[in-house]
Ligand binder design. Structure first.
Ligand SMILES: CSCC[C@H](NC(C)=O)C(=O)O
Ligand SMILES: [Zn+2]
Ligand SMILES: [Zn+2]
Length: 423
């Protein structure tokens, strides 16, 4: 009842916040993240919680930290809570507080790169375990935590390698939780799929010529024709979004990412443009790739194209990369119930507009749900002055406590249904 700073509750709260600040202050900024330091920090947390730990470097210098809280029934498939340890770069001059300072202002807002994306989630998992252990809780299923590198640059040396590894097979995972997005309303956002990235570079070639001459088929004219076609397609998709006919994750987005060509004069023989394209799992992948080959970069207009990043739209069994939200996937309802039990509200299931590591787990046929317990907060992923309020952070710990309880205790009489082995 006491609100004095020395009450055990207050004391514990300030320790929780200090640990969060400590993790945020570790410089894991791409492109040169200090993974040694983040690994040490996570291992020291694991030790204080008596969790089993293992560090796997599928690629040298890119540690995947695996923690395990063994369940009482090892025959049951396990739960995996995933988070990435890297964060995106920042522009120091645009921030009110240093992005690696984790400054807490008078409102309790914690400013730091990674405060939303997603050091919060990684540490909330650990804090929830701390509380559960203190309460004497014993999980039936084993609980794994994975702290993976390089999500922000594609996850190829992190989560992708993990998902396809023997280590992962031996973990016998039934369900994966990974990052979601902050919600400006009181409803948490839940994601059952995501758009597939197509980072595309198109290149036009053509006869160079005098800058004063009007002629067809120059590289620049050929590229501009493509840009016009791409922009018409972009407008058609954007119109669906603006009219409210589709949600953000349900349209194909296209944004021009770079343009490389020419000098003031003469007309160049090569011109290149790059686009960040995101394709919903409900779209027809083949017709999208045909559109790119035949309309955006046709050989008939002296054009070539290349994918700098090409995410799959189907799992390794040929099905769209979608996690079921209906009764066929008990983990969905269990998650919603557990969140509600902790006094959290949830919105309608959504398609994540960008990319996360969850796609690699969906690819191998596992259900994966995107969720960050961040409500009442503007979405500042990758933006200046990213922050998370301390009360929201603390509430998120309670939410994970409830989720871990529900997930690790779930033991249907007939065993798991819909698990990978039975498909
Ligand atoms: C294709 S890897 C890049 C990953 C990054 N993820 C997020 C969540 O912003 C993105 O979608 O741009
Ligand atoms: Zn992230
Ligand atoms: Zn990110």
């Amino acid at each position: 009842l006491s609100s004095s700073a020395s009450s055990p509750n207050q004391d514990e709260q300030s320790k929780i916040l200090s640990r969060f600040q400590e993790y945020l202050q570790i410089d894991t900024v791409q492109p040169t993240p200090d993974y040694q330091k983040s690994t040490q920090f996570i291992l020291s947390q694991a030790e204080s919680l008596s969790l089993e730990s293992q560090v796997v470097e599928f690629v040298k210098g890119k540690p995947v930290v695996l923690l395990k809280w063994p369940g009482s029934d090892p025959s049951l498939p396990s739960i995996l809570l995933n988070s990435h340890t890297d964060v995106v770069p920042y522009e120091l001059s645009k921030w009110g507080h240093h992005p690696l300072g984790a400054h807490i202002d008078e409102q309790g807002n914690i400013f730091a790169r990674g405060s939303q994306d997603m050091k919060c989630v990684g540490l909330q998992y650990l804090e929830a375990i701390r509380k559960l252990k203190a309460s004497g809780f014993q999980p039936k299923r084993s609980l794994y935590l994975s702290f993976v590198p390089d999500e922000e640059i594609g996850g190829h040396d992190g989560a992708e390698k993990l998902a396809y590894s023997d280590v992962f097979k031996s973990m016998n995972v039934a369900i994966v939780l990974d990052e979601g997005l902050p919600s400006p309303s009181e409803n948490y956002r839940l994601f059952y799929a995501e758009r597939a990235p197509r980072w595309l570079a198109i290149k036009a070639t053509g006869a160079p010529g005098h800058g004063a001459k009007l002629y067809d088929n120059s590289a620049m004219e050929n590229l501009l024709k493509s840009i016009e076609i791409v922009r018409r397609f972009r407008a058609s998709q954007f119109d669906l979004l603006k009219a409210g006919l589709r949600a953000e994750g349900e349209v194909t987005s296209v944004n021009m990412a770079f343009l490389k060509a020419g000098t003031p004069s003469p007309t160049p023989s090569e011109a290149e443009a790059g686009f960040d394209v995101r394709v919903p799992p409900t779209a027809d992948a083949e017709s999208m790739d045909r559109r790119i080959a035949e309309e955006w970069a046709p050989a008939s207009r002296n054009m070539t194209f290349e994918y700098k990043q090409k995410g799959s739209m189907h799992d390794d069994f040929g099905r769209p990369l979608i996690t079921a939200t209906d009764g066929s996937n008990p983990w969905w309802a269990l998650l919603e119930e557990a969140i509600n039990k902790a006094n959290g509200k949830t919105g309608k299931p959504e398609i994540f507009p960008a990319s996360t590591d969850a796609r690699y787990f969906r690819q191998i046929g596992l259900p994966a749900i995107g969720f960050s317990p961040i409500a009442n907060t503007p979405n500042l992923l990758h933006a200046h002055n990213e922050f998370l309020n301390q009360a929201e952070y603390l509430k998120g710990i309670d939410v994970y406590e409830s989720i871990i309880k529900a997930y690790t205790s779930y033991a249907p009489p007939g065993g798991d249904r819909g698990s990978r082995d039975e498909l």
